[in-house]
Design a protein around this ligand. Structure first.
Ligand SMILES: Nc1nc2c(c(=O)[nH]1)N[C@H]1C(S)=C(S)[C@@H](COP(=O)(O)O)O[C@H]1N2
Ligand SMILES: [Mo]
Length: 258
């Protein structure tokens, strides 16, 4: 795991600053009625501005094919104990749809074929798990920014929530289902992709088929596997136990910068 404290605090400061400029600033401005009107009549312009402001931070290091780990460890859930998911998996996920909803102007239901037809990015990166292991893998997918732009993120949205098919800890109230969330500084970053391929092949089930998040400047637990639904929300309260992710609800940091 990379532990350069200077870089870590720089990343944290940058993220905090971007948050203050783009979100805190809008919060205050949005209290004035004229500005709220501008925001609401120009959602796509707002999201383009956010993308410009927030999606331009430093890149995670990228590697070459020679660096690929011969075996990439699978961690957390490596299969999904849910019959709806299993039926989808049996048919190679042709009937699977990614739902994009919440604070968006154009809710989406996207098939794998539709996601594959969108612009794609391939990157070789190092995955760092909080448990202390790292693996280098190649990922191909559609930039999350592209999917968000298409759905038309509304100006009130503050977080992107990923809802997964797997349940790590079955409980009657349903809080055991894996979920994660990002702020826009990472959601719009060019290396943040919804990956459907790993090492040049369709994403295997142990690694999150048919679609998993890659968010390369943060730790492994942020990279939701088995993503079924992306929801744009104003607040994380009321989702799980309210701290923004399955592991965050159990004490881990929400911003898991490397
Ligand atoms: N849906 C879901 N996503 C998840 C997990 C999980 O258990 N369920 N585990 C997380 C953790 S802790 C890590 S390290 C990575 C592991 O990804 P891998 O199996 O491709 O190595 O997935 C993350 N995303
Ligand atoms: Mo992890």
């Amino acid at each position: 795991m990379r532990t350069d404290p200077g870089r870590r605090s720089f990343l944290k400061r940058t993220a905090a600053l971007a948050g203050t400029l783009a979100l805190g600033g809008c919060d205050r401005l949005s209290e004035t009625p004229w500005f709220r009107e501008v925001l609401e009549s120009a959602e796509s312009a707002t999201s383009r501005a956010q993308r410009f402001l927030l999606g331009s931070g430093p890149f995670a290091r990228e590697y070459t094919e020679a660096d690929l780990s011969p075996v990439f460890k699978a961690n957390g859930s490596t299969s999904v104990d849910d019959s709806d998911y299993q039926i989808l998996a049996e048919k190679d996920f042709v009937d699977w749809r990614l739902q994009v909803d919440g604070l968006v102007s154009h809710p989406q239901k996207l098939s794998l074929a539709e996601l594959r037809a969108m612009p794609s990015r391939t990157q070789i990166t190092r995955h760092d798990c909080v448990e202390g292991w790292s693996c280098i893998g190649q990922w191909t997918g559609v930039p999350l920014a592209h999917v968000l732009e298409r759905a038309g993120v509304q100006s009130r949205a503050r977080y992107v929530v990923f809802r997964c098919a797997d349940t790590l800890e079955p409980t009657p109230d349903g809080t055991g289902r894996y979920y994660e969330s990002l702020g826009f500084e990472d959601a719009y970053h060019p290396q943040t992709i919804l990956a459907y391929e790993m090492n040049g092949r369709p994403l295997p089930i142990p690694h999150g088929a048919p679609l998993r998040l890659r968010v390369e400047r943060q730790l492994g637990y942020k990279m939701a596997k088995y993503v079924m639904r992306i929801e744009l929300v104003e607040s994380l309260a009321g989702i799980g136990r309210g701290r923004g992710g399955f592991w965050e609800d159990r004490g881990y940091e929400w911003y898991a910068g490397i």
